[in-house]
Design a protein around this ligand. Structure first.
Ligand code: SF4
Length: 314
């Protein structure tokens, strides 16, 4: 849950998950749809599916293995997660190199080059391996992560209070602000979609995205991609009348919301949709596999943003 996500966002999700599924076995026996809906709003939904698949695979093997190589065989578990579980849960000496550790060790060793590339990460992993004690390996990994999160921060590292300052090569050389040398990532690609908010007896019509799609298994007001040069309202009208077999009138624009995914920046144009005689749609249309009216569970963050335009809070 904590990958790419802030601690204060994660805490209520972590507590709800562990209350609902207090054991590995209980979590493994949940349905994928229940897990996806409980994850709704955390983003990066592939992590939820991988976590669930890993729990099922671990239970099938008799429990979580206390071994880095065996942990790596579970779905979604890469070197960082395997190292974190092995060292923190089982006390094994295994490096766990995240973005914080990359930055701290690059500076500590005054290592040039981008530490987030495969070769950079390998080099940092080797440095951690040489420093890591055989006992309290998990505490060592967590101390490095905490040092990066609270002292050796990206912009203004607090070298004056750093417990490692006397051994830090970048500090000694006065090059702290030149390291790490990270390569600028390409900006996210712009994309457009249109969605229609239709009320049925005061409740909004929601569709569940097919599991093969981005945000699969989550609920939203029906939406459709809009290519360059296409008109959002026209595309929405085509979605409702042709794909959903639901002839409606596209009403006023409610505005637009922007949502940034890992590599894409989506602008969602939100429209009011005037109720048709019936909301009985084609149950399955490729894009959606279920329908409901009202309710708030299982809504993606993007859908929540779109619906906030239809339910102004001020
Ligand atoms: S001395 Fe400064 S640069 Fe070096 S590890 Fe500490 S905070 Fe980071």
């Amino acid at each position: 849950m904590l990958q790419q996500t802030r601690v204060d966002t994660v805490i209520p999700y972590f507590e709800a998950f562990t209350r609902r599924w207090p054991t590995l076995e209980a979590f493994a026996s949940a349905t994928e749809q229940d897990v996806t809906e409980a994850w709704a709003g955390l983003g990066y939904y592939r992590r939820a599916r991988n976590l669930h698949a890993a729990a099922k695979a671990a239970v099938a093997r008799g429990g979580l293995p206390a071994d880095v190589a065996a942990l790596r065989e579970l779905p979604g578990i890469g070197p960082y997660t395997a190292g974190a579980i092995a060292s923190i849960a089982f006390g094994l000496p295994a490096p766990a190199v995240d973005g914080n550790v990359e930055r701290v060790l690059s500076r500590w060793a005054a290592r040039r080059g981008d530490p987030s590339t495969p070769s950079g990460r390998r080099a940092i992993t080797e440095v951690v391996s040489t420093l890591q004690p055989t006992d309290r390996a998990g505490d060592f990994n967590q101390a490095l992560m905490d040092l990066g999160a609270t002292v050796c921060t990206p912009k203004n590292p607090k070298c004056a209070v750093c417990p490692w300052a006397t051994q830090c090569e970048s500090h000694r050389l006065g090059v702290v602000h030149e390291i790490p040398e990270t390569v600028k990532k390409a900006p996210p690609k712009p994309e457009r979609e249109a969605c229609g908010v239709m009320f049925v007896e005061g409740q909004v019509l929601l569709a569940r995205r097919h599991r093969s799609l981005r945000l699969g298994g989550l609920w939203e007001p029906p939406s459709t991609p809009v290519a360059d040069g296409e008109d959002p309202a026209t595309q929405l009208s085509i979605l409702f009348s042709r794909d959903l077999s639901l002839p409606v009138e596209i009403g006023a624009s409610l505005g637009s919301v922007v949502h940034v995914f890992t590599h894409r920046r989506l602008t969602l144009h939100v429209f009011e949709v005037l109720p048709a005689a019936s909301h009985e749609c084609a149950a399955v249309c490729g894009r959606y596999d279920a329908w409901r009216v009202g309710g708030t569970h299982g809504l993606s963050k993007l859908a929540q943003k779109a619906l906030s335009l239809a339910h102004p809070t001020d």
